[in-house]
Design a protein around this ligand. Structure first.
Ligand code: HEM
Length: 181
């Protein structure tokens, strides 16, 4: 994945544990600035290794760390150079979800080697959404749960995210939230 993702993990570790902890993480993995270039693409296996080491530092299991990182990613992306992308994606929660593919398409024009996921808003009723997630990658469902939780925070909603269906091609999520609009 793009180095931008690695930078997000680094910032999460620094925010929670400080710079020393990140330096120790780099030493353990044998990585440095060369593995943290925003616009470079790295093997997914390296990205996963970095998240796994962050999990160990944060005393989380891998799955919980993916949730945590998903939630963190929303704040990280809001602060970064792509922050305005978040604003144009949608002013309300359902529109934002419905426009996620458009947003990643815009990201992919700046980062042409990105293998971006696809999201479809399948159902939207008061307090409940069904969202389908498709990806060429496996094993990122917990990351998606965290991302949706981060979006609940962004739109100032309380709620929960569940996986309600899995097929070879797609995973179906339900987002339950406290807005009845
Ligand atoms: C400005 C905000 C965002 C930016 C700049 C961004 C950018 C990216 C980039 C660069 C990747 C890695 C692709 C690669 O290197 O191959 C990625 C992956 C991903 N993004 Fe975003 N993203 C943003 C917001 C979101 C949001 C709001 C979601 C919410 C659901 C999301 C869901 C994902 C997922 C699940 C992946 C993992 C790839 C996969 O599933 O195959 N992203 N994104």
């Amino acid at each position: 994945m793009y180095g931008m993702i690695h930078k997000g993990v680094r910032q999460m570790v620094i925010d929670q544990l400080g710079g020393e902890a990140w330096q120790a993480t780099e030493r353990k993995l044998g990585i440095g600035p060369t593995e943290l270039v925003t616009g470079m693409v790295y093997e997914d296996s390296l990205t996963i290794e970095i998240i796994a080491e962050a999990a160990a530092r944060l005393n989380l299991d891998m799955e919980d760390c993916l949730v945590e990182f998903g939630r963190y990613w929303i704040k990280f992306a809001e602060r970064g150079s792509f922050g305005s992308f978040m604003d144009f994606t949608g002013q309300d929660f359902p529109s934002f979800i419905a426009n996620l593919d458009r947003m990643h398409l815009a990201v992919a024009t700046a980062m042409p080697k990105a293998q971006v996921p696809s999201f479809s808003l399948i159902k939207n009723s008061p307090g409940r959404m069904e969202v389908e997630y498709r990806s060429d990658r496996a094993g990122l469902e917990k990351f998606v749960i965290g991302l949706f939780q981060g979006l609940l925070d962004r739109f100032q909603r309380q709620g929960t995210v569940n996986i309600i269906g899995v097929t070879n091609q797609a995973t179906m999520f339900e987002i339950l939230h406290d807005h009845k609009d």
